[in-house]
Design a protein around this ligand. Structure first.
Ligand SMILES: Nc1ncnc2c1ncn2[C@@H]1O[C@H](COP(=O)(O)OP(=O)(O)OP(=O)(O)O)[C@@H](O)[C@H]1O
Length: 710
């Protein structure tokens, strides 16, 4: 009935655009008018009139949107806009992702929990270096007999020995270091955020504002790369999933990783927080491993025992259990294994399987050292004693790792051994020596150490001669010439003392002991906190010290220097856990828990023993009496040192000072003084090998002796 003539009103009667006149009967009263039609209906009273002047019936209604259905352009544009908006939103999310990751990394770097320890270590090392330098100067001054310098340097040394780095200073240094890290990490973002605004207002330059879109785009690209690397090409909000763990069976077995999510939400009773995190990641393995290059690794149900978590990993595709070793870092990251917790991979029962052990627990064992204990400690996995081979050994460990305790165990083991064994203790620090008086031969000062090394050199030569005479290749220790365990507590002290220019060529004397001592029953145990070659390990010794023990080392670098990259001694716990690179033990094996001999009274209770001294071969002179007694004169009043020098140089053109000192069991410097008092000065002579060496010429010795006989 209604013939609608729709014309825009503006065109017809100058009614505002957006409204049209709709001919026909006005809307029924009952019809709900559109809210914005009120004005329009008012206008209807003055509606246009027909040609004859009669009112034309109709209503003003809003105009349909221009071209709504008439053209496909609009939906296309809407579609493009929607897509663009979605793209921008997702790239913006990528940018936010990259920013949050960057900030997380920066935060972890700034709040690094190891920083305090590193700074404390560095501060202590600085004092230690200064102490070593002053001690060295002091020794030289003593040798020169420069009393004024000796007094000054002794005071300085005493002051340095008393000095301790206070906790407050370490706190302040740590705070400063963290502040520096924060400043460095924030410098670039702050420049990007503030720089363009400053440039705009201060310099009137608009183009630095381009830094904002550039930085945004850069972050978005980074964020996209992160999302792709992590296996999520779409950025979505990560939902916290509930832990899925089946009820423990037989004490400790958990749901397989393939179990449906959300089946159970309880943490495992009795498991620590770290263990629960690891277990939950194993349960949700596909997510934990995503983007870490662990495709082809499937964990079975984990179990917990006295040593921690054990899980069998099955490999598929081209991945082999052996290749898993290289992915251990990625596995640790996927499972969020805490830093100090050790992980070991060993072959499984089936060819494509490996067993991953996450050592979150240490079984309770009585580790106190007693004389009946075997070896240096227990393998923490098997609980069996670990005995180390005899011979030279390098021992490394950071401060507090347990070197001194391990050395105590080695020395106590030697003192209680059935085989005749003596201990020589070269303790440059001098801290432990008091405990061992009357049990082992002790040398603390450079002169004492030099003297002992001369004796050891002479002993080694004597044994070599005896072995040649007997036609044997290995020394069998006897009560007269026992096995000698030479323990160096802190090798860096010896390195610092060494000064070949001043006749203190300690390292030169140690090298033959390290290289040839093993077959002659002389075992050098070299311990150091600083495993860098030249600092704590002399290059002359590094090559020959193949058997090595590392307690906890300061970091990966130190671990690699001592044991090699297959090992992880830097992840060991502090205080008595060690890895041993010796025949029969490899990187795949569990650490050794060292017997605990930190109790001083146990050391004091060890049996006393006559400290070792070199025994010259038959007919050699006796050691002169101690300094307070007047040296007895021999036949014709010849001083014993001169007599010894004459005996030792028989048939030769001369004899070295070290040989005389060793032959007499004397300190080198004391021996030199006594010979000087007897009228003999050092010089050079040609030895049996035809080389010019420093020492005492035979003719000079004879001349001096003849003066006494006269
Ligand atoms: N085998 C062990 N069993 C139990 N506790 C140990 C063991 N070894 C070391 N510790 C603990 O660690 C502490 C530090 O050990 P130790 O003094 O031997 O370290 P260190 O490596 O010699 O350190 P530094 O080089 O700073 O002297 C000891 O006081 C002791 O409490």
């Amino acid at each position: 009935m209604m013939a609608h003539d729709q014309r825009p009103l503006a065109e017809a009667d100058e009614i505002p655009t957006g409204l049209v006149w709709e001919e026909g009967e006005p809307a029924e009263a009952g019809e709900a008018p559109r809210p914005d039609d009120t004005e329009a209906r008012g206008e209807a009273q003055e509606a246009p009139r027909g040609a004859e002047g009669e009112a034309v019936q109709g209503t003003v209604v809003p105009a349909p949107e221009a071209g709504e259905a008439a053209t496909p352009k609009r939906p296309l544009l809407d579609d493009i806009n929607a897509r663009l908006r979605a793209r921008l939103e997702s790239w913006h999310t990528y940018a936010l992702l990259a920013w949050s990751r960057r900030w997380q990394t920066a935060e972890a770097y700034i709040q690094d929990p190891d920083l305090y320890e590193e700074i404390a270590e560095e501060a202590n090392a600085e004092i230690y270096r200064r102490r070593a330098a002053v001690a060295k100067k002091l020794d030289r001054a003593k040798i020169r007999r420069d009393e004024a310098q000796v007094k000054l340097l002794s005071e300085e040394l005493a002051m340095l020995e008393r000095r301790r780095v206070s906790a407050m200073k370490i706190d302040a240094l740590t705070l400063r270091a963290r502040g520096g890290r924060l400043a460095r990490q924030s410098a670039l973002p702050v420049c990007v955020a503030v720089g363009p605004v400053v440039a705009l207002f201060a310099g009137g330059m608009w183009w630095p504002l381009l830094a904002y879109p550039v930085a945004w785009a850069w972050l978005a690209v980074q964020g996209h790369a992160i999302a792709v690397a992590e296996g999520a090409t779409e950025v979505t909000e990560v939902q916290e999933k509930t832990r899925v763990l089946a009820p423990p069976q037989g004490g400790a077995s958990f749901a397989s990783p393939g179990a449906p999510q959300g089946a159970a939400a309880a943490a495992v009773v009795g498991a620590s927080e770290a263990e629960n995190t690891i277990l939950s990641r194993l349960t949700d393995w596909s997510k934990a491993a995503s983007g870490r290059g662990l495709a082809g690794v499937t964990p079975a149900s984990p179990t917990i025992d006295a040593l921690g978590i054990r899980v069998v990993l099955t490999t598929t595709g081209r991945l082999t259990p052996e290749a898993l070793d290289k992915k251990l870092g990625a596995i640790r990251a996927a499972l969020a294994v805490p830093k100090g917790v050790r992980t070991d991979l060993s072959p499984g029962d089936v060819g494509d399987q490996a067993v991953l052990r996450i050592r979150t627990r240490t079984p309770e064992r009585d580790m106190t050292w007693r004389p009946d204990r075997q070896g240096i400690g227990l393998d923490i996995d098997t609980g069996r004693p670990v005995a180390l081979p005899k011979g030279r050994m390098l021992i490394a460990g950071t401060s507090g790792a347990g070197k001194s305790v391990l050395l105590r165990v080695l020395m106590a083991e030697a003192l209680c051994a059935r085989e005749p064994t003596a201990v020589v203790y070269l303790d440059g620090k001098g801290e432990e020596s008091a405990l061992w008086k009357g049990k082992v031969r002790i040398a603390n000062t450079p002169r004492e150490i030099l003297s002992v090394l001369c004796e050891l050199g002479a002993e080694s030569d004597a044994r070599s001669q005896i072995m040649q005479e007997q036609g044997v290749a290995t020394w069998t220790p006897t009560a007269e010439r026992p096995r000698i365990v030479v323990v160096v507590d802190e090798g860096a002290e010896i390195v610092a003392m060494d000064d070949p220019d001043d006749d203190l060529d300690l390292i030169k004397r140690l090298r033959p002991l390290a290289s040839m001592g093993r077959s002659r029953g002389i075992d050098l145990k070299w311990a150091t906190q600083k495993p860098a070659i030249g600092e704590g390990i002399p290059s002359q010794l590094a090559g020959v010290m193949q058997d090595r023990i590392a307690l906890r080392t300061a970091g990966r670098k130190e671990n690699n220097l001592v044991l090699g990259s297959d090992w992880s001694s830097h992840e060991l716990e502090l205080g008595g856990f060690a890895l041993a690179s010796v025949p029969g033990r490899g990187p795949g094996q569990a650490p050794i828990q060292v017997w605990d001999l930190s109790d001083d009274s146990t050391v004091l209770g060890l049996p006393d023993a006559e400290p070792w001294r070199h025994l010259p071969r038959g007919g050699a002179p006796e050691a002169p009496p101690e300094a307070d007694g007047e040296a007895p004169r021999g036949a014709g009043g010849v001083p014993p040192v001169l007599r010894a020098a004459l005996t030792l140089s028989e048939g030769a053109r001369g004899v070295t000072g070290a040989e005389i000192a060793a032959g007499c069991g004397m300190d080198l410097v004391d021996m030199q003084e006594e010979l000087r008092a007897a009228g003999v000065l050092g010089g050079r002579f040609v030895n049996a090998d035809g080389n010019q060496v420093r020492g005492y010429r035979r003719d000079a010795l004879e001349q001096a002796a003849s003066r006494y006989e006269e």
